[in-house]
Design a protein. Structure first.
Lengths: 418, 84
């Protein structure tokens, strides 16, 4: 067993909100150094990717993404809208080929403004996102991590917690009727291990579906507690972290900004939040050498990505036409749009890129069911309660090597003051 | 530890980003429905505990069970608000 795996005691997952891979990290492929691509293995943008707008004009990707104020109204990311984004408006039916040509058209349905609909093609240059870009290039970046469903937040987060959304493709309340399927946290705790969901604070709370919040309040903690648990070596074996989801007053009249990066929240605040999570682990040597941190986004938020989502193993549920809004039943047999995903550990080689669909011979597809699959495979040494999607899921602990990287080789973040 | 070579500066968030008056999106509005649903459990439990007449509790076991249920409602797990 590699030393990195042998020393692993904690898995921490930070799930951010609603940004696509190309929007956040696609610009890494355009970085040139000494006349050559600096990151040739990253499947980002060439600069020639495009979508037609509603007037028939070709809209190319542009490095014009702003931290805030550009994606208001919130881009559509519900099932019918994502269907349009992926299939370019081809009517549902057999034989459709995903072409990623409907993003601008779909954003026009929100903006009713042709020029503003082009914003959906904008991406960040790496210098704008020093935290995410640094972590992506210093540790392991997944070229093929997709949201679990071509739909919105709640059902995608359910896959991260349960390995299924129990047939849901939307934001509605739902109750878990299949009691044979337990959350990752329940499985871990029932086996005598430790797990926690850390939400930011009481004003932000959790996006977990009702069931856990209603029935297992003991598995929840705050961000403040996460920081304290890191410092005191009290971190559970498995931690899931939720960012701050809204702007609200802080103690003593301060300002707490949303850090989830959901449009139209400020991207920079999310960068600082990611840096703080990393730093809390990084600055405790015992924790740093025994923890794998996964930073992943729940879904793409309606923002452009150029990689068509692949087909996947159905999870045994289906969503009715009335729920999908497309006139077609959905059998959970296709993944959602690609999202940023980065694995961080001192045992991960610098510049690791896990190949995705661009490299068919070595392709490894990941989605949110890979989280419970990886966590329960490791801590429970095999788990009979895994869902069909978990059973088929790739796991990611093989990224941990035998080599502990020297401290001087690993970045620190210095947060600038206001 | 941090050296000039491995330190990455993270800029402060732009001034003026804070806007608690921003209209709440669908995600946040959905969250309120979910939270309300979770609250109902506490309402049911509160009603159940209040329906017990404390004078009917005779044994230490009965008293401790009552106090346990009441304390679980009064002392939630929730932590204090985070400080920035």
């Amino acid at each position: 067993m590699p030393a990195g795996l042998d020393n692993l005691k904690h898995i921490v997952v930070l799930m951010m909100e609603n940004r696509s891979f190309d929007h956040m990290l696609g610009g890494l492929s355009l970085v040139i150094e000494n006349g050559q691509k600096k990151y040739p293995n990253i499947n980002g943008l060439t600069g020639n990717e495009s979508n037609p707008d509603t007037q028939g004009a070709i809209v190319r990707v542009q490095p014009n993404a702003k931290f805030q104020g550009q994606l208001d109204p919130d881009p559509d990311h519900h099932f019918p809208g994502v269907d349009l984004q992926i299939f370019g408006g081809a009517p549902p039916g057999p034989g459709r080929v995903p072409n990623m040509q409907g993003f601008v058209k779909d954003y026009f349905t929100q903006t009713n403004d042709v020029n503003r609909s082009h914003n959906i093609m904008y991406y960040f240059t790496p210098d704008k996102l020093p935290v995410l870009s640094t972590l992506a290039t210093q540790f392991a970046l997944f070229n093929g991590w997709f949201s679990s469903i071509p739909g919105p937040t709640i059902c995608n987060r359910a896959f991260a917690h349960y390995g299924t959304s129990f047939g849901q493709v939307g934001m509605d309340l739902f109750y878990i009727l299949d009691t044979a399927i337990l959350s990752t946290y329940e499985r871990i705790i029932q086996a005598g291990h430790t797990a926690k969901i850390y939400y930011y604070d009481q004003q932000s709370s959790t996006m977990e579906i009702v069931n856990l919040l209603k029935n297992q309040p003991q598995i929840f903690g705050s961000y403040q507690q996460f920081i304290a648990d890191c410092a005191s070596n009290q971190l559970p074996e498995y931690s899931f972290i939720e960012p701050c989801y809204n702007d609200h007053p802080g103690p003593g009249g301060g300002e707490i900004l949303a850090s989830d990066q959901h449009p139209d929240h400020n991207i920079q605040e999310g960068e600082r939040f990611i840096a703080n999570i990393y730093t809390a682990i990084r600055t405790n040597p015992a924790l740093w050498s025994s923890t794998l941190l996964l930073i992943v986004y729940d879904e793409h938020g309606g923002i452009y990505d150029h990689v068509p989502p692949p087909a996947c193993t159905p999870d045994g549920y289906f969503a009715n036409p009335a729920d999908t809004g497309t006139g077609e039943t959905f059998n959970f047999d296709r993944l959602g749009v690609r999202v940023p995903a980065i694995a961080v550990s001192p045992y991960i080689a610098k510049g690791t890129v896990i190949p995705g669909p661009e490299d068919p011979a070595n392709c490894r597809i990941f989605e949110h069911a890979c989280i419970p699959a990886t966590v329960t495979n490791f801590f429970l040494k095999g788990d009979a309660k895994q869902t069909p999607r978990e059973k088929q899921a790739n796991t990611f602990l093989d990224l941990l090597s035998d080599q502990l990287r020297p401290d001087a080789d690993i970045p620190f973040f210095k947060l600038g003051g206001s | 530890m941090a050296t000039p070579a491995n330190a990455i500066l993270v800029p402060a968030t732009q001034r003026g980003s804070y806007n608690p008056n921003r209209p709440a999106g669908l995600l946040l509005r959905s969250q309120t429905l979910h939270i309300r649903e979770a609250l109902l459990k506490h309402l049911e439990e509160l009603a159940a505990v209040l329906a017990i007449d404390p004078k009917s509790l005779k044994t230490e076991g009965e008293v401790s069970a009552y106090i346990h249920r009441a304390t679980a409602i009064l002392h939630t797990h929730a932590a204090k608000p985070a400080r920035k």
